[in-house]
Ligand binder design. Structure first.
Ligand code: GSY
Length: 188
């Protein structure tokens, strides 16, 4: 069993859905350890294009690195990704960022992902869910955060009201319904 980190990105179509569906599909490639929040991020490189949503998942998997890459490509294809332009907009992009402490330099797969330390849209969600992640030579990834701090990234907080707010909203709805009923009754 190997612990791996996968980066997810989408800037076309229903972005939260593409990311959510990909997380569900990746859960079947091993056992999900953590899923980061969604991050709204400014596009880096390529032509002028829309804002990305990015996230990172950490999984424990029995798949080899090559099998994991193939699984990622299948998930991208399943979600209708068209590879049109290098660095261009995409419905879904999955990158194997880390695969245990392995360094892989194949034609199709480079791990650790060669540009991960330069990209806040990768580092920030990764460190949220795996704060002590390290490169294969033991260098802590947290050490690269300061260098990417100028890049625009916004963590999207889940909009779940706390108990007091939920109660207040419920009371408001009940009071509104009673008021409508009472006014209706009075008018007739
Ligand atoms: O490498 C992934 C695709 N990609 C992204 C991305 O996922 N997020 C942001 N913010 N910019 C990007 N540029 C490319 S290419």
């Amino acid at each position: 069993m190997v612990r791996a980190a996968i980066g997810l990105g989408s800037n076309l179509g229903d972005r939260p859905r593409h990311i959510g569906d990909a997380v569900a599909a990746l859960a079947e490639a091993g056992s999900l350890v953590r899923v980061s929040s969604l991050y709204q991020t400014a596009p880096m490189g390529g032509p002028k294009q829309g804002t990305y949503l990015n996230a990172v998942v950490v999984i424990d998997t029995d798949l080899s690195a090559q099998q994991l890459l193939e699984r990622c490509l299948e998930v991208e294809q399943d979600q209708g990704r068209e590879r049109r332009e290098r660095w261009g907009p995409r419905t879904l992009d999955l990158d194997v960022l880390l695969y245990g402490d392995e360094t892989i330099n194949d034609v199709e797969l480079s791990v650790p992902h060669p540009r991960m330390t330069e990209r806040r849209f990768v580092l920030e969600p990764l460190l949220e869910v795996w704060p002590d992640a390290v490169l294969p030579d033991g260098t802590p990834l947290a050490g690269f955060s300061a260098g990417v701090a100028g890049q625009k990234v916004r963590k999207l907080e889940a909009v779940v009201p706390d108990r007091r707010t939920s109660l207040a909203l419920m009371l408001l709805v009940v009071a509104g319904a009673l008021a409508i009923w009472w006014i209706g009754d009075w008018l007739l």
